[in-house]
Design a binder for this molecule. Structure first.
Ligand code: PLP
Length: 396
């Protein structure tokens, strides 16, 4: 084979989620779209807030083509970075400045760049806490790190600290933290973040190393019942935030987000330069120019999160009443449900017989569970209950 074998393998294998989504489209043609209950994808269904389209109209009316579509500086427009810094400072009582930010194409690019900036030799290890977004493994190993998994706390979906501690060693470079979490919907409490910070500080001292928390935060604003999402840079200096507007502003196809390297991080200027270098090496310079300008105007807005909350409540109430065991999500738009048999892949196959499409959580390193993505039409949720009931009856 003349191509890179690893890349060939990644490119020729579809993700399980994508495969299920394609299956759903095919099935809809056979039995009618209204008879397929597709809970596979995390594609926001709440429209982008009005601010987005209004700003696009203003920009296209007011700016000439070069100002609108031309390159910005590699790290992003200063006005955009300043607007983000001001918003965060006002909201979280932080003190960031534009030079702490590197604009990117969404969280995926933010994570890849950050991992490439940090991982510097083949012994380096990156830890993820199950359940986690499966692409972390792809991003971390492609950056050259050994990928280490801490198994899931299936009671509260916080962190199993004893296991985490046993897996940290002198080679640990970073731990990826995703709260609100895809797929569990859990939000890490302040207590969890404080314990994590204390553990990492202890380990940094013990090994004389810097261990980074990489906060993957595309769901930060999508939370319910007033739950607090601690701002991790305030608890732990060696934190890098990977943010995306894909979910909060419902702009997943526009590819816009940022990396935040706080001044408090060890050698922060060096780390920022490495982030810029990784962005350059990976071809992520100048994030989409028009959307940088949209963000400068719309930062702090969100889509109507209440619509997701309605879906969450409807699903949780009905599924638990039927006898399913679900974790009550505090954020994001995923419900985590225990499969009715230990083999969650087989359980999802049985569900497919009812045209009920859920993702087995094996890919999230949490076998025995399934993910139900509820960024869907409320009417589809209502229609799906018959299928959930039939599925339950098959196991009674
Ligand atoms: N991280 C998590 C936890 C996600 O769920 C997703 C997308 O679903 C991403 C990262 C990638 O987001 P983006 O579309 O901003 O690249």
């Amino acid at each position: 084979m003349y191509v890179n074998e690893k890349m060939y393998e990644l490119g020729s294998k579809k993700s399980a989620i994508r495969e299920l989504f394609e299956y759903g489209k095919k099935k809809a043609k056979e039995v009618g779209a209204e008879n397929v209950y597709d809970f596979s994808l995390g594609n926001p269904t709440v429209p982008a807030p009005d601010c987005v389209n209004e700003t696009i109209r203003e920009l296209t009316n007011e700016l000439d083509s070069i100002s609108l579509h031309g390159y910005t500086s590699a790290q992003g427009d200063e006005a955009t970075r300043k607007a983000i810094a001001d918003y965060l400072n006002k909201t979280y009582d932080t003190h960031f400045n534009p030079d702490n930010f590197y604009m990117t194409c969404g969280a995926a690019a933010s994570l890849t760049i950050t991992l490439n900036a940090l991982v510097s030799n083949p012994e380096d290890e990156v830890i993820a806490i199950a359940p986690f977004f499966p692409e972390y493994r792809v991003f971390a190993t492609a950056a050259g790190a050994k990928f280490v998994v801490v198994s899931a706390d299936t009671e509260k979906f916080q962190i199993k600290f004893d296991e985490l501690e046993s897996k940290i060693n002198k080679n640990t470079k970073a731990i990826i933290v995703n709260s609100p979490n895809n797929p569990s919907g859990a939000v890490y409490s302040e207590d969890t973040i404080k314990k994590l910070a204390a553990l990492l500080e202890k380990k940094e001292k013990e090994y004389g190393t810097s261990i980074f928390i990489i906060c993957d935060e595309p769901y930060r604003e999508i939370v319910y019942d007033g739950v607090d999402v601690p701002y991790v840079t305030k608890y732990y200096n060696n934190t890098v935030v990977c943010y995306s507007y894909s979910k909060s502003l419902s702009l997943p196809g526009e590819r816009i987000g940022y990396i935040l390297v706080p001044d408090e991080a060890d050698d922060s200027k060096t780390l920022y330069a490495a982030v810029a270098g990784a962005g350059r090496a990976l071809g992520y310079v100048c994030a989409p120019s028009m959307y940088q300008k949209v963000i400068a105007k719309c930062v702090g807005n969100t889509g109507d999160i209440n619509l997701y909350k309605k879906n969450r409540d409807l699903l949780y109430e009905n599924l638990t009443q039927m006898g399913y065991h679900c974790f009550m999500p505090q954020g994001a738009f995923y419900m985590f449900m225990e499969a009715l048999e230990p083999d969650s892949v087989h359980f999802c196959e049985v569900a497919k017989e009812e045209n009920l499409l859920m993702v087995a959580a094996d890919g999230f390193c949490c076998p025995g569970w399934v993910r139900i993505s509820y960024c869907v039409d409320e009417a589809m949720i209502e229609r799906s209950f018959k299928a959930f009931r039939n599925l339950k009856n098959k196991y009674n």
